[in-house]
Design a protein around this ligand. Structure first.
Ligand code: PEP
Ligand code: MN
Length: 284
């Protein structure tokens, strides 16, 4: 098997075959006209879960006005408790499509099961494989054949090598449109929901040709930390940021504590323009 052999000071050798590692070009992923992986930083924003029409539409219109380029929203939610809100299912997908048509924003939503891939690929512009499913190999194979770009989130206990091998599954099954997303690791630390590994950004970009984005919402679990960690993510070279925004976080059915208000989001966008300029990029 060909493996990546990197010229780094620590001479890392990963057992990741050729598709992810062995390319001299960088891959730009095209999400229905929005390019991820070029010189522009792409902002993905929206609620954790699609809850109802008013919540989704109000939130989507705000993030669109303030400069988001892709709308997020879970219709099928991987909740830790079976008694928590599980998402609206196909009704949520229909709402995402409707507001996408109104705003022009492409939408990203999560797939949890091989049986859902066809349905979700029909509605979504970008299909998300969540942290809990990063090593669900049948799912990785299926999304490799679905014909839509994939947002692959790093498993909360996954090494860089495991993460890249997961991406490799998708590429190997015919889909080279993969965006990697760092979303925090489970560590001994309890003050944050996860430990956001920003060192993964330069490492992944060094080892692979795929675009890398950061999710500071799940990465920290605190609304007030989303702004500083987003700025840091842009500074270390992230190709995009995905963040949770809710029109009324205090009544959110899912992850309200880590969701920005539309006002917070507007302020953060102003800051991100400055940080992007400082590192020679622009916000898409
Ligand atoms: C999400 O982005 O909706 C999500 C559930 O995140 P993760 O898979 O990173 O926990
Ligand atoms: Mn969430």
């Amino acid at each position: 098997m060909e493996t990546i052999s990197c010229k780094t000071p620590i001479d890392i050798k990963f057992k990741v075959p050729k598709l992810v590692g062995f390319q001299n070009k960088t891959t730009i992923v095209n999400v229905n006209g929005i390019e991820v992986g070029g010189s522009e930083v792409v902002i993905i924003a929206g609620p954790c879960a699609v809850e109802n029409k008013e919540q989704l539409f109000e939130t989507a219109r705000s993030v669109n006005n303030y400069g988001a380029k892709i709308l997020r929203g879970g219709a099928f939610k991987p909740r830790s408790s079976p008694y928590s809100f599980q998402g609206l299912g196909e009704e949520g997908l229909k709402l995402l499509r409707e507001i996408s048509n109104e705003t022009g924003l492409p939408v990203v939503t999560e797939v949890m099961d091989t049986k859902q891939v066809e349905l979700i690929a029909e509605y979504a512009d970008l299909v998300q494989v969540g942290s809990r499913n990063m090593q669900n190999f049948p799912l990785l194979k299926e999304v490799g054949m679905c014909g839509k770009p994939i947002l692959l989130k790093r498993g909360m206990m996954a090494t860089i090598e495991e993460f890249l091998n997961a991406a490799e599954y998708i590429l190997h099954h015919g889909n080279d449109q993969v965006i990697l997303c760092e979303r925090g690791l489970r560590t001994f630390e309890t003050s944050t929901r996860n430990t956001l590994d920003l060192s993964a950004v330069p490492m992944l970009k060094h080892l692979s040709h795929l675009p890398v984005i950061v999710d500071p919402s799940h990465g920290t679990g605190h609304r007030w930390m989303v702004s500083p960690m987003s700025k840091a993510a842009v500074a270390v070279g992230a190709d995009g940021i995905m963040m949770e925004v809710h029109y009324k976080p205090e009544i959110a059915l899912c992850d309200g504590h880590q969701s920005l208000t539309p006002n917070d989001f507007e302020e953060l966008m102003t800051e991100l323009h400055k940080v992007s300029a400082a590192v020679g990029k622009t916000i898409a």
